[in-house]
Design a protein around this ligand. Structure first.
Ligand code: CP
Ligand code: NVA
Length: 311
């Protein structure tokens, strides 16, 4: 344990591409231990965390604030309505200033380049709390939840918008950790071919597969069915078009039954639009683990904070 804490100390989490399978395993195991603790241990006393938000959030903001605050740390929420980020002041200069005052920085927003620039200039760990490209802290909670329910997960199926941030981070984590992932999506929403090729190469090393199809029958045998909103934050103008394109890909009980298993679990990063990408019957039903998954955001984020702050 001590060895890996040292290895991750000072590191940012911008995408899971930067983390090895061993490092991800360590974070998942730490999160499981943190979840089992009866009382917080005051791990972050004297430390400060800047929480920068260009986009809205319930889970990510609350997970960072509670995980850090209950361990004695001081989180500070800063929306782009409050600070100069990228408008009057460059990202570089904001990073330099925040890095002088905070122990670490979380960023949620549009461009992946912004979180990467923050990390380059801050001199403290920077965490990606969601960008248009990736949602790495979500994928850690997703795998933790999958492993809590299925002993040796073999197949996760993501169904919906195959190129969104959640689908991409899931693909990276599954490829690294040896879980087969199948993305079911219409051809017009297929993941970027370069991204896919990179993940397929990683999957070869972990002896798993990354596949993409439009065929709903590919859910057969799945350990988990995962979906997300059809139009992500920033894509509000595409809502109507997506709704008709993705209607056949709704996760309803008939689709869950197509797995041929009764122990397949349902996952969703939330927030969910019931009646669109998932029916209420499924997300509020016995196969759903979406609420455990939401709770696990806090434990996995606490594991990332503890490891990278070296406490
Ligand atoms: N899953 C997730 O990131 O939720 P929020 O947008 O509420 O943070
Ligand atoms: N793909 C969604 C995830 C929300 C947690 C979005 O970016 O809006």
């Amino acid at each position: 344990m001590v060895v890996y804490f040292t290895m991750l100390k000072g590191r940012s989490l911008l995408s899971l591409f930067d983390y090895s399978a061993e490092e991800i395993r360590f974070l998942l195991d730490s999160a499981r231990q943190l979840k089992a603790e009866k009382q917080p241990q005051q791990r972050f006393v004297g430390k400060t965390l800047a929480l920068l938000f260009e986009k809205r959030s319930t889970r990510t903001r609350c997970a960072f604030e509670t995980a850090f605050g209950e361990e004695g740390g001081h989180p500070v929420f800063l929306s782009t309505a409050d600070i100069q980020l990228g408008s009057k002041e460059s990202i570089e200069d904001t990073a330099r200033v925040l890095g002088r005052m905070f122990s670490a920085i979380q960023f949620r927003g549009f461009k992946q380049a912004t979180v990467e620039t923050l990390a380059r200039y801050a001199g403290v760990p920077v965490y990606n709390g969601l960008t248009d490209d990736f949602h790495p802290t979500q994928a850690l909670a997703d795998l933790m939840t999958l492993e809590e329910n299925i002993q040796q997960p073999r197949l996760l199926v993501f169904i919906g918008d195959g190129r969104n941030n959640v689908a991409r981070s899931l693909t990276v984590i599954c490829a690294k950790m040896g879980v087969n992932i199948c993305i079911i999506t219409p051809e017009s929403l297929n993941p970027d071919p370069d991204f896919l090729a990179r993940c397929q190469q990683i999957a070869t090393k972990s002896r798993s597969t990354v596949s993409v199809t439009a065929d709903l029958e590919a859910v057969h045998g799945a350990d988990a069915i995962y979906t997300d909103v059809w139009a992500s934050m920033g894509e509000e103008s595409k809502k109507i078009e997506r709704s008709s394109l993705l209607r056949p890909y709704q996760v309803n009980q008939a689709l869950m039954d197509k797995t041929g298993r009764t122990d397949t679990i349902f996952l969703h990063c939330l927030p969910a639009i019931k009646g669109e990408e998932v029916t209420a019957e499924v997300i509020d039903g016995p196969q759903s683990r979406a609420w455990d998954e939401a709770e696990n955001r806090k434990h996995t984020i606490k594991a990332v904070l503890a490891a990278t702050l070296g406490v």
